[in-house]
Design a protein. Structure first.
Length: 510
């Protein structure tokens, strides 16, 4: 099916013919739904931190930092903020005679009434006439136009990371700067360095550098740290081929194959390129002003402490398995960890039955010698997001996974009932250990579950197409990691999904 021109196009993107054929086959066969068994809940998959234990986890983290723990913050920040302004684009396209009625309803009424409460208002003012009549349809339309268009702030085409989110006394901060603040408050190492990595679109990298040029040095002095900021772009080799409704390769009018970004799951390759002991992961838009940062900082340190505790236990077991004198102790400790901590009773029973001592050790090593992640989970109060579930794999193993609704067959009444019992969701709040017990980096691509992607319906120039999403970064891309869930307060989750969210109290000045 592929021509010489197609093969040249693949070579330029770093994609193999085998990858394309596999993806076209996935378009045809689809992906299996996640076999959720029950929701992860407090006491059954979700750890609730006892107040009396907070000191222990904080000490674990702080002591590790003092001993030279190498940490980094990883922030997915690609893409323009177009979806954030979807409602404002709809307003802009409204006929002028219908604008007064539209503007009288929420969320638009609050938006215009509180326009001066936005952190970007001072910049917006420079593009507006002094005598603008805000009560007129033309005045309201001009405000929206100047926020979105190139003749104003051009916020509709800029990435979220460089938009002004929060106002302080005499200055404003973007999400990039709020992440720098967080990195100083919980991500500063014993050399007073704060490493932070943003995944950005190539065309936006200059905008991020502009923000850093204006604020980095000032924040370094203010928070007594040196920032080591790095960027990476989503790799063209992670794009996926689009298909027609008949599962043929979708072609553009010039005959070229259409490839689309493979979703945030593609970022597992960017994460794989980092070389740090512990990596925090958090989305670009989930930030608060400094006066509200205490809970975020506390719980980042707490879940990092929990990660270090479990990592320490796993490393101790694996080291024991390497020495003949401690092999039996390592096997016993490993079996206990698999049964009591990972809750894999069937696996525990199967290993215990094996009479060959070395084979038992090998099987325990294969289960425990993996990347580790601890993910914060927030009580579900109606916010969208993947949820924590106990999931059965195709091999029959039941483990903790983060599952999106698109991965669940909601037509199955049994699965629908399981979803209804779910109490928490994933706010993308993770801390990860990506090195083994000998200090070697794992190849994270070895731990991806390839059958956890999904297919969505899109269109191009009026023609329907099927788009293939890779296994999500915190879903299938981390499916074969050792996973632990911890309850974190809702105060640590403050995403900005729409422009109106910036008017919420948690994004306003003290």
């Amino acid at each position: 099916m592929l021509t010489k021109e197609d093969l040249l196009q693949l070579k330029q993107k770093g994609i193999t013919e085998e990858q394309v054929n596999r993806q076209l086959n996935q378009h045809q066969t689809g992906f299996p739904f996640a076999d959720i068994q029950r929701p992860a809940t407090p006491g059954d998959g979700i750890i609730v931190i006892d107040k009396n234990e907070e000191g222990k986890y904080l000490d674990l983290f702080n002591n590790a930092l003092n001993e030279g723990l190498d940490i980094c913050k990883f922030v997915p920040a690609s893409g323009a903020a177009t979806r954030m302004f979807k409602d404002l684009y709809a307003f802009l396209e409204t006929p002028e005679e219908k604008i007064p009625a539209m503007a009288a309803k929420e969320p638009y009424a609050g938006f215009f009434k509180r326009i001066e409460d936005f952190a970007f208002y001072n910049d917006l003012k420079k593009h507006l006439p002094d005598n603008l009549d805000l009560s007129s349809a033309s005045g309201m339309k001009m405000i929206v136009e100047k926020i979105l268009s190139e003749s104003g702030l051009n916020y509709g085409k800029k990435p979220k990371g460089v938009l002004k989110f929060h106002r302080y006394d005499g200055f404003e901060r973007t999400p990039v700067e709020e992440h720098l603040l967080e990195a100083a408050l919980y991500g500063r190492n014993n050399e007073k360095k704060s490493y932070i990595h943003f995944t950005v679109s190539k065309e936006h990298e200059g905008l991020f550098n502009d923000v850093l040029k204006n604020s980095k040095e000032k924040m370094e002095q203010q928070y007594d740290t040196t920032y080591e900021v790095s960027f990476s772009n989503q790799k063209p080799s992670t794009d996926t081929i689009a298909a027609t409704p008949g599962n043929e390769p979708f072609r553009l009018e010039n005959g070229e194959l259409l490839f689309r970004p493979g979703g945030h799951g593609a970022l597992i390759q960017n994460l794989n390129d980092l070389d740090h002991d512990v990596i925090f992961i958090k989305n670009i838009d989930n930030v608060v002003p400094e006066h509200l940062s205490a809970d975020t900082v506390l719980y980042k340190k707490l879940i990092a402490g929990i990660l270090l505790e479990y990592r320490g236990r796993v490393f101790k077991i694996l080291n024991k398995l390497d020495n003949l004198s401690t092999l039996e102790s390592g096997i016993n400790d490993g079996l206990e960890f698999i049964k009591d901590v990972l809750k894999r009773d069937v696996v525990y029973q199967n290993i215990k039955k094996d009479t060959n001592r070395q084979e038992r050790a090998n099987r325990i090593r294969e289960i425990l010698n993996r990347p580790i992640r601890v993910a914060g989970m927030v009580k579900n109060e109606g916010e969208p997001g993947g949820g924590p579930f106990w999931v059965k794999s195709q091999t029959g193993t039941i483990s903790l996974q983060i599952v999106e609704s698109s991965q669940i067959d909601l037509k199955d009444e049994e699965k629908k009932a399981i979803v209804a019992q779910s109490t928490h969701f994933n706010p993308v709040d993770l801390v990860c250990s990506t090195k083994d017990y000998k200090g070697n980096k794992f190849d994270l691509l070895d731990f991806v579950d390839p059958v956890t992607g999904f297919i969505s319906e899109k269109s191009m120039n009026g023609k329907p197409l099927k788009a293939l999403e890779l296994p999500g970064l915190w879903n299938g891309a981390m499916a074969h990691w050792l996973t632990f869930f911890v309850e974190v307060p809702v105060t640590t989750f403050n995403p900005v999904k729409t422009a109106f969210d910036l008017l919420r109290p948690q994004h306003q000045p003290a």
